[in-house]
Design a protein around this ligand. Structure first.
Ligand code: GDP
Length: 489
């Protein structure tokens, strides 16, 4: 492809395009972040400043604590009590989260409108080992509004209890805390010593004159569960958990799997906006046009509201747990997807190159140790590697250097790249002659080809590959190197 109209002036203060800048960043082991998803800028902004005018949403709650302190049992009891209170015969399937409704009397202190009052509920994250929670945290996402720290009354503060305390202390302004002192039904339960141990860790419970709410529970007998739900609900009110209900959806993946009859499905924890069938979503490098929405009881729903978890079908490929889901218009999603795939390709090209480079370096060192003088790759040898010989011309010296070092590491022991000449500026007649003498081709990276060079190339059968997108150059070079490889018969 010959790029027309690329005779833009080059200078040292030339503005790099996104691809070149990405390549440079990766060359220097930096992680490039290209802001090319303007369509999703909406979410770069903090929650609306006048958030008190937004509707309330159910708080998202995570249960954490030391192993064997009763997290799973507590979640099971909460889930089954919600099913028992729900419609007859409702069987909750495990989808990564479930919803518990808050009895109306619990919100007596609420001053909110009665329409909100009636729909009060809590969404509990229910993921094994909090895998999704950790994955989301690792990506800097905040999905939990409230943490329930479970401490067994017969065991007290243990290492993982301390880990959770550290986490809460770091994020105390963003996450609310309720302590559930569990297993109070056990004969060896010692609530007071747990309270004192927590005080010593800086967790000052209300029951001891501090400000952190706590409740004595038994996941096994169900004791204290209603009170726990009530405390969470009050805390959510105090923390004023709200979200836009009508804008485009934003959420995170809790689970993903292939379901018979539904294809690729994923549980989306919706944090903002609402989801309906036929919405277009992007998540990582996959996308969906929503086909079905299903709640945790397996019931089809028309619309999912913020603060709820919903199974979404219609994914092109299974999304990854913990990845962010964003809704956009069809063309916005397509564009953002193309950008993400492009970035991934650049990164993987360089990774490939790094691997090949390291292998070559090791090979060279081994040969040097053996006293073998390495053969010049551009010397034709019936047994040596075949080389794709290139004359590289680019718009600025930085991009030429980056391109040369990226193409030079493409190849293996059978076929390599040999840059015979490189420089800045348009492709000239002498570049064509150089390529002809070397039996190679010309790469014109974001530079024009002079008329004389064009004629000379045609007369001498020299190929000129013009391109201004770096990953396409790398792809082209790779293809041509692959063509040099011995054919398997
Ligand atoms: P997790 O590792 O924190 O999820 O803990 P589990 O929920 O698996 O509970 C560990 C053990 O403690 C299991 O044998 C439970 O039956 C038991 N257990 C959990 N909660 C209670 C409780 O409230 N009372 C009693 N007596 N045992 C409990």
């Amino acid at each position: 492809m010959r790029a027309a109209g690329m005779a833009e002036e080059s200078s040292h203060d030339h503005i790099l395009n996104a691809d070149t800048a990405c390549l440079f960043a990766l060359e220097f082991n930096k992680n490039p972040i290209v802001d090319d998803e303007a369509a999703f800028d909406l979410y770069a902004a903090p929650v609306a400043t006048n958030s008190s005018s937004l509707p309330r949403r159910p708080p998202v709650v995570t249960i954490m604590g030391h192993v064997d302190h009763g997290k799973t049992t507590l979640l099971d009891s909460l889930r089954s009590s919600s099913v028992a209170k729900g419609e007859a015969g409702g069987i909750t399937q495990h989808i990564g989260a479930f919803s518990v409704s808050v009895p109306k009397s619990s919100s007596a202190s609420s001053t909110s409108p009665s329409s909100e009052e009636g729909s009060r509920s809590i969404t509990f994250l229910d993921t094994p080992g909090h895998a999704a929670f950790s994955a989301m945290r690792a990506r800097g996402a905040r999905v939990t509004d409230i943490i329930v720290l479970v401490v067994a009354a017969d065991d007290g503060v243990m290492p993982q209890t301390r880990e959770v305390i550290q986490l809460i202390k770091r994020e105390s302004d963003k996450i609310g805390l309720v302590v559930a002192i569990n297993k109070v039904d056990k004969p060896g339960a010692d609530v007071e010593s747990v309270q004192s141990a927590l005080w010593a860790e800086g967790i000052h419970l209300e029951s001891m004159g501090g400000d952190i709410p706590s409740v004595e529970v038994s996941g096994l007998t169900g004791q204290g569960l209603d009170q726990l739900v009530e405390i969470i609900s009050v805390l959510a009110e105090i923390r004023d958990v709200r979200a836009e209900e009508n804008g485009p959806a934003q959420g995170f993946i809790l689970e993903s799997k292939v379901l018979r009859g539904f294809g690729n499905t994923a549980t989306v924890l919706l944090l903002r906006g609402s989801l309906t069938a036929a919405s277009h979503l992007i998540c990582g490098t996959t996308h969906a046009k929503v086909r079905h929405l299903t709640d945790s009881s397996g019931n089809p729903i028309k619309r999912a509201a913020p603060g709820s978890a919903v199974i979404v079908s219609g994914w092109k490929e299974l999304p990854q747990v913990g990845d962010e889901v964003l809704q956009g218009k069809e063309d916005e999603v397509k564009k953002a997807l193309a950008n993400r795939l492009r970035k991934m390709k650049i990164a993987s090209t360089l990774n490939d190159a790094e691997v090949i480079n390291a292998t070559r370096r090791a090979e060279r060192e081994r040969k040097a140790e053996d006293g073998v003088v390495e053969e010049e790759s551009n010397v034709m040898s019936p047994t040596g590697p075949k080389a794709l010989r290139l004359v590289v011309k680019g718009d600025v010296s930085g991009s030429v250097e980056a391109l040369v070092s990226a193409v030079e590491v493409i190849g293996n022991k059978d076929a390599t790249v040999n840059v015979v000449s490189s420089g800045v500026g348009e492709v000239t007649e002498s570049d064509v002659m150089m390529a002809k003498a070397a039996g190679g081709m010309i790469v014109a990276f974001a530079v024009p080809v002079s008329r004389l060079a064009d004629q000379a190339a045609a007369q001498n059968g020299v190929n000129i590959y013009s391109e201004k997108i770096i990953y396409r150059v790398l792809d082209e070079v790779k293809e041509r190197v692959i063509d040099l490889l011995p054919k398997i018969t």
